[in-house]
Design a protein around this ligand. Sequence first.
Ligand code: IPM
Ligand code: MG
Length: 398
Amino acid sequence: MSEQIIEQARQHFADLVGSQLDRVQKMKAAEDWMDYSALKPIIIGFCWGDGIGPIISQETERVLQIILKDEIASGKVKFRTIEGLTIENRVKHMKAIPDDVLEELKACHVILKAPTTTPEKGGPYPNIESANVAMRRELDLFANVRPVKIPQEGIDWTFFRENTEGAYMLGSRGFMAGDDVAFDFKVITRPGAERIIRMGFDYAKKNGIDNVTIVTKANVVKTTDGLFLEVAEEVAKDYPGIKWEGWYIDIMTAKLIDPKRRTQFRVMILPNLYGDILTDEAAEMQGGVGTAGSANIGKRYAMFEAIHGSAPRMIDEGRGQYADPSSLIRAAGMMLNHLGFVEKGEKLNKALEICSQFEKKVVITGRDTGVTGRELCDYILDTMQSPDLDEKYKSYAS
Ligand code: IPM
Ligand code: MG
């Protein structure tokens, strides 16, 4: 019996190694960055998601229709709705992303994606892979960029979470050795680590930030995290004006809530799972995960989303209309920046910051003790369109 299991294990591991060696070859041969300025139309695909997804998407689309009015009219930008990325359709095809939906995604240039349900073992749906994880892999969206800003407390963080490796890449390809022994696999590759670390350093350099923090657990998880740290050391040599430090994820999690220490961090670069956990903690400080957006960036495609899930509990309890759309609206702002509509992105960001951090004329609580997502979006739109937006922002931010 155990001979047979060991043989299966050998085969399983050999397949995993083979798939990762192939992937590394593809990464090395990757094409250049997409140039959006040369495109007409830029096709933006909308996935409305599950749970609170369609509710917060509606508000986000409203914002984009206003902000991109001229570009839509001139044919520079086109919206396209992708219907099939719902949990029902995914379960029907028993696939994280059904084939025809993946084709539709690939026919767009960028994607704005509302939260989708991620099934788990023992839950109400078959345990198919997360649509996020599959999309990040299929479109090679290697950088998950998550900003968290709390200006009054001096917090200005940008997290660069590696998005296609770590504990996630092979998260649905674990191995049960008989009934009692379970394995999962974590993978870090040299080119995979290099591209995310370089992106973080480039961002720091471009924005005049002189320190970068690399977060791992390389003292314990020696092979994979060890390689990540080793690559960081190499890459850092190309950025002589930037100091860098390695921190372990446990103490980093603690220091993020230390008011004396946390303002020193600016750019944090981390493997996938650590980035997942730390960015939820950071977003909570900013006002909750409902306030945080995220950019998933690759060379050919990019996808923008909220950092949170589909909140089925809110729907079950009839609180859907109180869901905070800021997360997805913020993601839309990141999308505008990425596409080169930098001024528009800035404008939206300023409005979001004024409404959620400074002026706070209305408060959203996720229940009927606060305003609805629609009311919050009206407030954001009013602020964004008001002629004294810049002065207002300056008066608060200085
Ligand atoms: C996120 C989410 C996803 C992740 C889930 C939904 C798979 O938590 O984007 O942070 O873990 O990456
Ligand atoms: Mg997460």
